[in-house]
Ligand binder design. Structure first.
Ligand code: NAD
Length: 436
């Protein structure tokens, strides 16, 4: 199952990479470089369980190729039973694309541990985190200038805090800090060195990019001033998309989580919805709308914008022809297969690709790292949450405008244009590395 999924994911990635490479006329050697990896690490970790017995876990980390020799790699650390090198490879490539599109001088990475964290006690989670830090540090593949992990599926700010503590513990005898830059997504507050705004960043960023794209002059639709929205997923990304929609007074017609959703053709009462969900963690008996399945939500006809903000590969050749939205904003990573992309292109549906739409999280993580490392960079804000989010929006406005300009220039989809923009930034750096 994991293998089939990773092969499909890699297929998606390679189809997209080849299209962008052709547009930019990249040489064969560079295309091969862009399909390769700087580091593929895997190792067993032995950890003492609460019952005193040792248990072995499989950990891995993959770095995609990067032209930035003195800058770290960056990407999530995932704890999930299907974590493996093959699954993480395409994820690390997509991280690079997202980072480069945002103009951040780092390389992509992804990794994690094959485990269901819910089966571990807090103490076991801490010891597993420490074993993973020790193993990576011994191989010199972790550090503020080497590789900077972040939370992903199954990990959180507590685990990131343990990473930072363990790394500092191992290094402070020999060197001076700043050790906080070894990881991002740390808790916020005195001494924790996290950054305010990280929680909201991805969802708010998705809405910001939607607004920028809707104001583009080449949009094939008349300006939609109050778009009707549907959001699949009500976790970190989905709930913040809805929160921003409430602030903008855009009607939200349907929302869902893994147990299904709720629909109201006149728009949901979002205040009631948030209050209900906070208390019940489900939409099951919410009285402000009708029950709807996730499959039905994806093909709603009376919406302008659909946000898949939960899972990968939910928009496929099986449902793409029935999607009713005019615009799709990819809150999740890889929610659309390349077969569905083709159908959307033929039908004139605009897909705002994940590497542009959901880059807010990694941009704010970059701010966190830069602050921790005392990096002077005019893009990095000094202030609190509002300053962080508007600095993030400034970067996203720029990359969205460049993506849209390339879509117009090359008469291609936003998906191709985003990748063309990202690769166009780094291709000269890869070439310059080999120029005598
Ligand atoms: P989350 O765990 O906070 O929320 C996931 C949501 O998806 C939950 O509401 C869950 O109920 C729902 N869900 C799970 N299985 C489902 C199913 N079968 N059908 C419908 N809904 C289902 O996760 P998140 O952080 O919101 O991330 C969502 C997506 O966005 C993932 O693809 C993630 O990789 C991507 N992403 C997240 C961030 C970030 O900053 N959190 C950044 C970039 C991309």
């Amino acid at each position: 199952m994991a293998r089939t999924h990773s092969v499909k994911h890699l297929d998606n990635i390679l189809v997209r990479l080849n299209k962008a490479g052709k547009i930019l006329n990249l040489p064969d050697w560079l295309m091969e470089t862009l399909c390769s990896f700087k580091l593929v690490w895997q190792s067993g970790l032995e950890v003492k369980m609460d019952d005193g017995k040792l248990r072995r876990f499989e950990a891995c980390r993959v770095w995609h190729r990067s032209p930035f020799v003195d800058q770290p790699h960056k990407g999530g650390d995932r704890w999930h039973p299907n974590v493996s090198v093959e699954v993480m490879k395409p994820h690390s490539m997509e991280m690079s694309w997202k980072i480069w599109l945002a103009g951040i001088e780092m390389g992509g990475a992804k990794g994690g541990i094959a485990v269901d964290p819910e089966t571990l006690s807090l103490g076991e989670q801490k010891r597993l985190t420490e074993a993973s830090v020790d193993e990576r540090d011994e191989r010199n593949i972790l550090g503020p200038r080497r590789d900077v992990p972040a939370p992903d599926v199954g990990t959180n700010s507590q685990i990131m805090h343990w990473v930072r503590q363990r790394y500092a513990h191992r290094h402070r005898v020999r060197e001076d800090g700043p050790f906080a830059g070894v990881v991002t997504g740390k808790p916020v507050g005195y001494g924790f060195d996290g950054i305010e705004g990280r929680t909201e960043a991805t969802g708010f960023g998705v809405m910001h990019v939607l607004d920028r794209v809707m104001s583009e002059h080449w949009m094939p639709y008349p300006r939609i001033s109050t778009p009707r929205l549907a959001v699949m997923g009500f976790g970190n990304v989905g709930s913040h998309i809805v929160q921003r929609a409430a602030q903008r007074q855009y009607p939200v017609i349907a929302v869902s989580d893994k147990n299904g959703g709720v629909y109201a053709s006149g728009g949901l009462d979002l205040q009631q919805l948030f209050a209900y969900y906070k208390e019940n963690r489900t939409f099951s008996d919410f009285k402000g709308g009708d029950r709807i399945t996730n499959d039905e939500l994806l093909v709603l006809q009376d919406i302008d914008v659909l946000f898949p903000a939960a899972l990968e590969h939910v928009l496929t050749k099986a449902n793409a022809a029935r999607v009713g939205a005019k615009i799709i904003g990819e809150g999740a990573n890889s929610p659309t297969t390349f077969e569905a992309d083709k159908i959307f292109e033929d039908r004139g549906i605009i897909v705002i690709p994940d590497i542009c739409a959901n880059a807010g999280g990694v941009i704010v993580s970059f701010f966190e790292w830069a602050r921790n490392m005392n990096v002077r960079d005019e893009r990095v804000p000094c202030g609190e949450k509002d300053a962080v989010l508007s600095a993030m929006e400034a970067i996203m406005s720029k990359s969205t405008a460049e993506m849209c300009a390339n879509a117009e220039k090359y008469k291609t989809s936003l998906r191709n244009a985003a990748l063309v923009t990202a690769l166009g930034r780094v291709a000269p750096l890869f070439v310059a590395k080999h120029t005598a």
